[in-house]
Design a protein around this ligand. Structure first.
Ligand code: FAD
Length: 399
């Protein structure tokens, strides 16, 4: 095999999934993760379409199902908690707005880590500092570890990817903000009935609750905004900002926000998409949100990461480790699928965060219509059918 050693930056979903397949194909894999351990948290993510097949081929479907979240459906409520529209999962045969295979992002990352830790070297609390490509490999220095040279580097380090910045250039060239922010965290409050609830308030704001796998309530807050001057790592500042933005919103906003400071998984970021003309340059490739973040609005980030990991590893193996061939085929196999996965669901940000009272009422009415039997097929297509159809090649295992 030509290129044998691979260093992956990022132990989210994409990194460990790639490590799984690369190690099965006989590559020697190291994953470097900046956080001191696996990062918990994140919303329940859907595993859809071709990603279901990838999970099956990994032998993980039953474990994901067992660790998963069973949501009953989605409900829109007003400021006093009264139902405005209801979309039960059962009505959509699992293919609708809430998928029937859902797992918290952190739990999925944990399962992927467990499935790979025996075969893969994990280095936590570290990050690539510099990266220099030469004919025979990539020379890397790290924040903590000793420098090393590897054959290939894959950036699976999320939408703010450091690997992308080092090998392709600054974030501003590739990241397109969508004009809104998202916060997500778990709370100690019980969630007895398993419904995903949302309350939209004027000003393009929404507060929501989702059931967690341990029967508690996770909270999320989204609001429209131009770029904000808030430090990505300063949680207190982010929580203060949420307090100000949601002070007059009603429903459970105040109670949920009161739980934010104690949450160990508080997550805050802007909605953005990553668009790139190429996902590789020489011996460095990108995968997952680092390459094509579709934004949480699409519900496709995790599925695309799983499918991308399968194809990148498979194409590198099929090319006998020749990155020039493997990287090219990876893009050819995946471009159209990712483009579909990046299509925003009906109305984009304004559909999700309607600005005024009239727009919110209209959205609620359209959700009631969608929930009615004759409209369900259309609703499914409008919301989540985009990146479902992809025939996955079979790659022979290399070990
Ligand atoms: C804590 C967290 C919570 C999230 N919550 C949500 C959510 O609620 N809703 C949603 O739709 N999406 C969420 N996401 C994004 C979602 O996980 C991705 O869209 C999707 O799963 C694709 O995964 P990924 O592996 O490409 O990226 P990610 O899951 O973002 O993983 C990237 C990993 O790279 C690590 N990393 C970053 N920089 C470096 C570096 N310099 N060196 C080494 N490692 C680095 C990060 O710590 C992270 O573990 C969240 C991501 C994280 C990290």
């Amino acid at each position: 095999m030509n290129d044998r050693t691979v260093l992956i930056s990022g132990a989210g979903v994409a990194g460990p999934a790639l490590a799984f397949w690369l190690s099965r194909h006989g590559f020697a894999v190291t994953v470097v993760e900046r956080a001191p351990g696996l990062r918990p948290g994140g919303q329940a993510v859907d595993v859809r379409g071709a990603a279901r097949e990838v999970l099956d081929r990994m032998g993980l479907t039953e474990r994901v199902r067992a660790a998963g979240v069973r949501e009953q459906g989605m409900e829109y409520v007003d400021a006093r908690g009264r139902t405005r529209a209801r979309l039960p999962v059962a009505a959509f045969g699992g293919a609708g707005i809430v998928a029937d295979l859902e797992i918290e992002r952190g739990a999925l990352a944990g399962l992927l880590y467990e499935a790979t830790r025996a075969d893969v070297e994990y280095v936590f609390d570290d990050s690539i500092e510099t990266l220099a490509q030469h004919d025979a490999g990539v020379r890397l220095t790290f924040t903590r570890s000793a420098p090393r040279t590897v054959d290939l580097v894959v950036g699976a380090d999320g939408s703010h990817s450091r690997t992308r910045a080092l090998a392709f250039g600054p974030e501003s060239a590739y990241v397109r903000p969508l004009g809104a922010y998202l916060a997500y965290f778990s709370t100690p409050y019980r969630n007895a009935d398993g419904w995903f609830r949302m309350h939209n308030a004027p000003g393009g704001r929404v507060v929501g609750t989702r059931p967690t796998s341990d029967g508690r309530t996770a909270a999320f807050f989204s609001f429209r905004s131009d770029a904000l001057d808030v430090d990505r790592r300063d949680r207190s500042a982010q929580q203060r900002l949420l307090g100000e933005r949601f002070a007059d919103v009603g429903w459970r906003a105040a109670e949920l926000l009161a739980a934010a400071p104690a949450a160990t998984d508080f997550y805050f970021d802007r909605y953005a998409q990553v668009r790139m003309d190429s996902w590789s340059t020489g011996r460095v490739a990108l995968l997952g949100d680092a390459a094509w973040c579709p934004s949480p609005l699409t519900g496709q980030g995790t599925s695309l990461a799983l499918v991308g990991a399968y194809l990148l590893a498979g194409e590198l193996a099929a090319a006998d480790g020749d990155h020039r061939v493997g990287h090219r085929r990876y893009e050819e196999a995946l471009r159209a699928h990712v483009a579909k996965g990046q299509e925003l669901p009906g109305g984009g940000i304004s559909g999700f965060l309607p600005a005024g009272r009239a727009a919110i009422r209209l959205r609620d009415a359209s959700m009631r219509a969608i929930a009615s039997r004759p409209m369900r097929g259309l609703a499914t297509r409008l919301f989540f059918s985009h990146a479902d159809g992809l025939d996955l090649p079979e790659y022979a295992a290399g070990r």
